[in-house]
Design a protein around this ligand. Structure first.
Ligand code: NI
Length: 225
């Protein structure tokens, strides 16, 4: 019996590994790695790729993203998922030097927050998480998030803490050096994560979702009053 379970676990590990490999090599042009992964997992389980609706992209059954984290906030204080008063976190991973994608997505999140009623907005918290801890100090993040929304919180940490949080949220990031400029850029996946009080992802939204769709997804995942 134990041998059967061990074989099943081994098979599952191989299947998920194959899904990552298939996602990596079988990405469609312009498709994010995370999107490709979800598509291949869906194919493995015999389901259609999860549709993006106004309520966000639902994770295939059995796939969990996120979890507990410990990071440093924009005031230099060590925080965990338990420090947000049970609010729904509307999270985005990026870096403050990002020329276009991050500002666009954080702007959309800020606009979505402003579409919520005051009592809805009170139960949600916009969150920026850097994947560039080398440059993104708490002070830099503090002035950065203030550009977008007065309630936006920013997180950084040691390179290890950032790597661990990115791993549990399946965020891809890598330094991209360009010989013609001295400042490096970061390649990174681009999703909006709706994160519950336990740190787990409730649903996610693709980049370039409209503020209206983001607001609808937030409402669908808000904790009850
Ligand atoms: Ni970016």
């Amino acid at each position: 019996m134990q041998r059967v379970i061990r074989s099943l676990v081994l098979l599952l590990v191989i299947a998920l590994g194959a899904a990552w490999a298939a996602a990596w090599f079988g990405r469609q042009p312009g498709e994010a790695l995370g999107d490709a992964f979800l598509r291949h997992v869906a194919a493995l389980t015999g389901r259609d790729a999860p549709p993006t609706t106004a309520a966000g992209l639902q994770l295939p059954t059995g796939v969990t993203l996120g979890g507990p984290f410990r990071m440093t906030n924009q005031d230099g204080r060590s925080v965990t998922q338990a420090d947000f008063g049970g609010r729904l976190l509307v999270g985005y991973f990026g870096f403050t030097f990002c020329p276009d994608v991050c500002p666009t997505e954080l702007g959309a999140i800020a606009n979505a927050m402003d579409l919520l009623s005051p009592s809805e907005a009170e139960r949600a918290m916009p969150l920026f998480v850097t994947i560039d801890p080398e440059r993104d100090t708490p002070a830099l993040i503090k002035s950065y998030v203030a550009n977008f929304h007065p309630r936006m919180v920013g997180l950084t940490g040691t390179p290890e803490q950032v790597a661990e949080m990115a791993r549990s949220f399946r965020v891809y990031y890598a330094k991209a050096s360009r010989p013609e400029v001295s400042e490096y850029l970061m390649d990174h996946s681009s999703f909006i994560y709706l994160i519950g009080a336990d740190g787990r992802v409730r649903s996610l939204l693709r980049a370039q979702s409209s503020p209206e769709d983001i607001a609808a997804a937030i409402r669908a995942s808000l904790p009850r009053v």
